[in-house]
Design a protein around this ligand. Structure first.
Ligand code: AGP
Length: 589
């Protein structure tokens, strides 16, 4: 993030970085112009709001309106202040913030060290400062120096370079999002428009290979050649008012699920059974579905794919986005890229590597995201902003949007009758109520459950058929929030090895959608001393109203699974909104 304003850069940067903290919160930093021509640098391994205190406590010359800022998710080098951005060159004249990974950094670092450059950090990004330093010494022009520098880099970058001596600022991007905007308040740069949407009405997006001088008249180079700035895009209405620095986001996001589900059904309910949702996308008929996603979005994709196969008899595959390279895309395949943020680098790369012309549909929660911009057809979930790092309400919305999409596509292609579709939509319409009841039921049972499992080091999650993705989602939530091992398996697979993990008291969470085969699997675990926690059909430890006909399988069971992870993590004293080592959106490969 960066700004060029008349005053108050530190305030703008801290406010913007707070919105960007979902990208990572291992450390944060600012470099701000000061009245005497120097640059003040503040860095911390605490959260962004600590920068506010550092800038307030600054006793040096008064701080001005030009600055750059960063919030980091560690890739190269541990979490320590020296590795926090901004980084500087040997002379402390240039300050640089960088998102992405410089793949050839080890080689460049060795070369620069041979030339006498002294490095202060372990991070790949620092090579950029020293390369620009050398190029600036030769060219005397920051724009040209950055342009020459990026030609030596391989990997991905969104960078802003601030020259403390001249106050010039140059940005560049390649395979990492970056946008620039100007308004009557000044110039702003950010990797996501949410950081600056309060202050600008429109913005320009840097394309791969762009280098831009951030002055009153933007000087825009594309692959080294001066071009006009790309057409501006209208900025979204800001979502602020929401206190991103306050806690308890995940808890409220879980609570909001019935409301969010109702919003989805309100938006698309009337477009499903008549096929209009599908037809409105303008996509060709497909014979198989290939889902590409990561983490929780991948689990939503598993539910959606299974729904398509069950209801329409069409084949589906679910591909972990980071492993999508080389996966075969047969003719007649629709690729469904699912990403809450629309910024996950693994998903973006997977889509870039799809065969040219193969149809791709994106399911995102952010209409302004990079994925939404890259892909021709987009469905936007009306989940609203999700701040907690663990995805909750966006999962529920993805599943419902996906179910609506599948039914609509089957109707539009003549594979399902409108009568069948209407019955499914009527069932979906009950989802908000069922989600609310599931939450009530979980809240009653969980205090006792937490007592039983709080000292357990490892958990197993089981399900069969449509319940398997929910078991996986429960395990993922538990891992990311409580830092306990949690493994999910199709229940029938347990006896093929993982059963060896079960000992006296091992918690085994079963998503029980009344599949009769679960009875035997539960008995096998109990016989070895496992502590069974069933979630689902009547008689379960946590009873959840499930529909036998829902195209989403036992969706409502996800609420107790989320609350189990949340409550156990809170009981153990962990930060549920910002779990260790994670980021809401992972923007590197
Ligand atoms: C979910 O709780 C995680 N935070 C994570 O698995 C997440 O779902 C994954 O990184 C994908 O993110 P996306 O949906 O924004 O692409």
């Amino acid at each position: 993030m960066a700004c060029r304003t008349t005053a108050g850069a530190a305030d703008y940067l801290v406010a913007g970085l707070t919105m960007l903290e979902y990208r990572g919160y291992d450390s944060a930093g600012l470099a701000v112009s000061a009245a005497d021509g120097s640059t003040a640098v503040f860095r911390t391994t605490q959260r962004v709001n600590a920068l506010h205190d550092l800038a307030k406590a600054w006793g040096g010359p008064s701080l001005g309106g030009i600055g750059i800022g960063h919030t980091r998710w560690a890739t190269h080098g541990g979490v320590r202040v020296a590795n926090a951005h901004p980084h500087q060159d040997c002379l402390r004249r240039l300050s640089v913030v960088h998102n992405g990974i410089i793949d050839n950094a080890p080689h460049l670092r060795a070369e620069l060290q041979q030339l006498g450059h002294v490095f202060q950090s372990d991070v790949d990004s620092e090579v950029i400062c020293h390369l620009v330093e050398d190029a600036l010494a030769t060219t005397g022009d920051l724009l040209e120096a950055v342009n020459r520098t990026v030609q030596q880099l391989t990997g991905s970058w969104a960078i802003v370079v601030l020259d403390g001596e001249t106050r010039r600022m140059v940005a560049a991007a390649h395979r990492s999002p970056l946008l620039v905007a100007h308004s009557d308040r000044g110039m702003f740069l950010a990797s996501d428009v949410s950081a600056i949407a309060d202050w600008v009405d429109e913005f320009h997006i840097l394309d791969d290979g762009d280098v831009v001088e951030v002055s009153d008249d933007l000087v825009w180079l594309r692959d080294g050649v001066a071009v006009d700035a790309p057409d501006p895009i209208a900025s979204p209405t800001q979502t602020s008012g929401r206190r991103l620095d306050a806690g308890d986001h995940m808890a409220s996001e879980i609570d909001e699920q019935p409301e969010a589900a109702a919003r989805v059904l309100n938006d698309i309910g009337s477009l499903i059974a008549n096929g209009a949702l599908w037809r409105g996308l303008g996509l060709p008929r497909f014979d198989r579905l290939r889902v590409v996603a990561c983490g929780t979005s991948l689990h939503a994709g598993q539910v959606i794919g299974a729904g398509l196969s069950k209801l329409g008899g069409l084949a589906h595959s679910v591909v972990v986005a980071s492993e999508a390279a080389g996966s075969v895309v047969e003719p007649g395949t629709l690729t469904l890229a699912i990403s809450q943020s629309g910024e996950t680098a693994d998903v973006l790369r997977a889509i870039e590597e799809s065969p040219p012309g193969a149809p791709v549909l994106a399911l995102v929660n952010n209409a302004h995201s990079t994925l939404a911009r890259k892909v021709g057809s987009v469905l936007v979930c009306p989940a609203g902003p999700e701040v907690g790092v663990a995805a909750t309400k966006t999962f529920v919305c993805q599943v419902l949007m996906g179910a609506g999409l599948v039914i609509s596509a089957l109707v539009a292609s003549g594979r399902m009758s409108q009568t069948t579709a209407r019955a499914l939509v009527d069932d979906l319409a009950q989802t908000p109520e069922r989600l609310a009841a599931a939450a009530d039921s979980a809240r009653l049972a969980l205090p006792g459950v937490i007592q039983d499992v709080r000292s357990a080091n490892g958990f197993i999650f089981l399900g069969r058929g449509a319940a398997v993705p929910y078991a996986a989602e429960g395990a993922l939530k538990l891992k990311e929030l409580t830092y306990r091992w949690a493994e999910a398996y199709p229940a029938g697979e347990l006896k093929h090895g993982p059963l060896a993990l079960v000992e006296d008291g091992t918690p085994v969470v079963v998503v029980d959608d009344a599949d009769p085969r679960l009875v035997g699997n539960i008995a096998e675990v109990s016989a070895r001393g496992g502590r069974i926690l069933t979630i689902g059909q009547p008689g379960s430890r946590i009873e959840v109203p499930l529909s036998k006909h829902s195209p989403c399988g036992p969706l409502e069971a996800v609420v107790p699974l989320q609350l189990l992870a949340l409550n156990l993590a809170a009981d153990l004293g962990f930060d549920v909104d910002k779990p260790r080592n994670l980021a809401k959106s992972v923007t590197v490969d």
